[in-house]
Design a protein around this ligand. Structure first.
Ligand code: ADP
Length: 388
């Protein structure tokens, strides 16, 4: 039997997973290479209860992928990596599902580097490195934008002159692999759910909401970039574009300084002046930490209202991501006083969501679930499917 490898490459790390190739792949090992920008990146591999670690002697994506190949060789035990699945942040307007990445497609995906300059170059570097390290494997791209393609025009556009839309300046939406996984889980847990009106709150370091109907996204709080919508760990979320003009013209900031501010110094971290880690904010007695949490919750509640309007009502609300899955206090704050929409949390169930059947933590008309998302599994399934 052959295996598939998943690669999720960021600017400073690559997460990877090894699965057997099957329609429902089994995870064999999972790992991470960190500090890629340093001369001595660090590789960790978890296989069952065993953990192995070592330091690499060279930085960069190419060396990391070669080190991953070496690290997974014992896991493979003679089986070959027949497909490598990659998380690629931007698939542009054309990709509404996973695709085989050929050298020609790789060149095409370069077009979207200006749309996602902080992520796309690293994703594509990993594809290039994997093409060299695994020359016989099929390379499969899984796009964070794909699940959201098919939004109606009104939800795909900005009110700019039409030429910008034609050039691709559109509302794409992200976290699509997570939403795809959750949509599949809902279908598995309760096949009728598929046709219901569902809002999924993916609340991690990155955070967004997605409105789903019929297994497809009909709304996302994220737009052209992964900055829009909810405030996040270090990203600002929705902001008046006039603020950006003010920063440019009056504060004299350069575009790269503004980019650093909006992506890395804002959100929970910027507001609290303390941390981007929700656990630290909830444990803190500083007023700014409480205000950052309040703003986070306020924006989620506001966007739930907006998504319910897009869907014409609400049947199911799902929480996932590091905060959504683990922070019962945040779920409780989000749901408080939302009975006007049919949301009524079962406070006891909310404290032990994963021991509840189907992760149900509600007792109102709207079914509220807590589900563990698994973006890597979506990539592994797509890579396996490419081998059929
Ligand atoms: P990423 O978007 O980087 O994948 P995660 O989905 O892992 O992020 O989510 C990270 C966030 O989850 C952090 O803000 C972290 O504080 C939060 N988190 C994890 N566990 C808990 C917990 N028990 N209570 C509150 N927040 C938590």
């Amino acid at each position: 039997m052959s295996c598939v490898l998943t690669l999720n490459a960021g600017s400073s790390s690559i997460k990877f997973g090894v699965y057997n190739a099957a329609p429902e792949p089994d995870l064999l090992a999972v790992g991470l290479v960190e500090k890629l920008e340093s001369a001595t990146p660090h590789l960790v591999l978890h296989q069952g209860s065993d953990t192995t670690e070592h330091t690499l002697s060279e930085g960069g994506h190419d060396a990391a992928v070669i080190a991953i190949l070496a690290a997974v060789t014992p896991v493979l035990a003679g089986r070959k990596v027949a497909a490598v699945g990659h998380r690629i942040v931007h698939g542009g307007p054309d990709h509404s599902g996973p695709a085989r990445v050929t050298p020609e497609m790789l060149a095409d995906l370069e077009r979207y580097v200006p749309f996602a300059p902080l992520h796309q170059p690293h994703n594509l570097s990993a594809v290039r490195a994997a093409m060299v390290a695994f020359p016989d494997a099929v390379q499969v791209g899984c796009f964070d934008t794909a699940f959201h393609r098919g939004h109606p025009f009104v939800n795909d556009t900005f009110a700019l002159p039409r030429r910008f839309y034609d050039k691709g300046v559109r509302r794409y939406g992200f976290h699509g692999l997570s939403y795809d996984f959750i949509s599949g889980e809902l279908d598995r847990i309760d096949p009728d759910d598929h046709h219901r009106r569902t809002i999924v709150c993916h609340l991690g370091n990155g955070a967004s909401l997605c409105a789903i109907r019929g297994g497809r996204s009909v709304g996302s709080t994220m737009g052209f970039s992964a900055l829009d919508g909810l405030p996040m760990g270090t990203r600002c979320g929705q902001i008046d574009p006039g603020v950006v003009l003010y920063l440019l013209d009056q504060e004299g900031m350069t575009s790269s300084e503004i980019s650093g501010l909006l992506y890395k110094e804002s959100g929970l971290k910027g507001m609290s002046g303390l941390s981007n880690d929700m656990r630290e904010l909830l444990a803190s007695d500083r007023a700014e930490a409480a205000q950052a949490v309040d703003y986070f919750v306020f924006r989620i509640r506001r966007e739930i209202g907006a998504m319910a309007a897009v869907l014409g009502g609400l049947d199911t609300l799902v929480f996932c991501g590091g905060i959504g899955e683990n922070a019962g206090e945040i779920r409780a704050k989000v749901c408080e006083g939302m009975d006007w929409l049919g949301i009524l949390l079962d406070r006891t169930a909310n404290e032990t969501p994963f021991s509840q059947p189907g992760g149900v933590v509600s007792e109102g008309e709207v079914t509220v679930r807590v589900l563990r998302t698994d973006e890597e599994r979506i990539i592994a399934r797509a890579a396996s499917a490419a081998l059929e």
